[in-house]
Design a protein around this ligand. Sequence first.
Ligand code: GLP
Length: 262
Amino acid sequence: MEVIIRPTTDAAAGLVAALVAASVRENPRLVVGFATGRTMERVYALLVREHREHGLSFAGITTFNLDEYTGLPAGSTDTYRSYMHERFFRHIDINPANTHLPDGNAADLDAECAAYEERIAAAGGIDLQLLGIGAVGHIGFNEPLSALRSRTRVKALSPKTIEQNAGAFGGDPNKVPRRAITMGVGTILDSRRILLLATGTDKAEIIARAVEGPVTGMISASALQLHSRCTVIVDETAAVRLTEQEYYRWIFDNEPEWKAYQ
Ligand code: GLP
């Protein structure tokens, strides 16, 4: 794992967008894992700009989103399918048939989870996975005590997650679904490269625990320490609780891989 600290929220999101754009340019048939949440909105806005102003094409990529709420009414604008469509997919030249999210309204949710794993495998696995982090330290909806080897499955949401996500439901926690389909921690760890983006003071404590604390099922993001190519990108405010900041800054300033992004 490596940690990159950027001065502002915009610079942190900009680095993630630049890394995605470079990966798509290098491999136009990239298989990308996308995440939702407020943090990612800026990344998608920047990628849309890259498409419009610099002609970045997404026509050949295949996408798999991390998760989806279960049981929202058909056509609800609160689904992650709707989030991705509104903020990203409808603004770019992606082939809708190549965009995958779990179906939270499937008649048989367990079968849907198994089928989702099969679809990822059939696409050749995920090349690049984007992640945010929730207040409980989740990646996707891998709530506390998620098995570190878990696969795509239905998960009950913790009270803290319901509270955190209530904003998207008019601030009413009672409107937040109680369950979601999520890629497992093991599914996520199978991705070839992982980028986790966290910004803002609210994320400082959980980022420090996930990155510098012990690997534990209580904080599923801590499992990323087991991945051989995971980059955690934070802004200054999300970095304040990290103890090895000096080392992380040195890496960004000196390692050849980061020269093109300075
Ligand atoms: C939801 C998603 C997570 C995401 C988290 C972060 O819970 N299921 O995948 O990491 O939101 O949200 P935000 O970026 O709004 O803090």
